[in-house]
Design a protein around this ligand. Sequence first.
Ligand SMILES: [Ca+2]
Ligand SMILES: [Ca+2]
Length: 117
Amino acid sequence: MKMKFVMATAALALCATAGAGEGCPGDLDGNSMVDVQDLIVVLSDWQCTDKCAGDANGDGIVDVQDILEVLMSWGPCGAEGCTTNADCDDADACTVDFCIMGTCYNLPFPGPGCGPN
Ligand SMILES: [Ca+2]
Ligand SMILES: [Ca+2]
């Protein structure tokens, strides 16, 4: 039972690692986070048509579509998937599970039977 849980956790961790840095078209500055910095890259390359960093969707011109691309992938890269806290339930009574902007967080919770061992 315990082993099964450990394996599931490892698989989840692997999955999260594999997703990072890939499938993140809005991350224009490559910091694995789509945020206001990436929006600034788009705006500073506005209407640029020469292989610009701000061309988030790769169509050859920096325009409103690129702003939308950034906004749609807003948040940490490779972490899409959760929309509610229930999506992040790791079946561990010793963590508090919640979803923030598409990312799951499972924080240790000092309940009965939990804690460092
Ligand atoms: Ca970024
Ligand atoms: Ca574009």
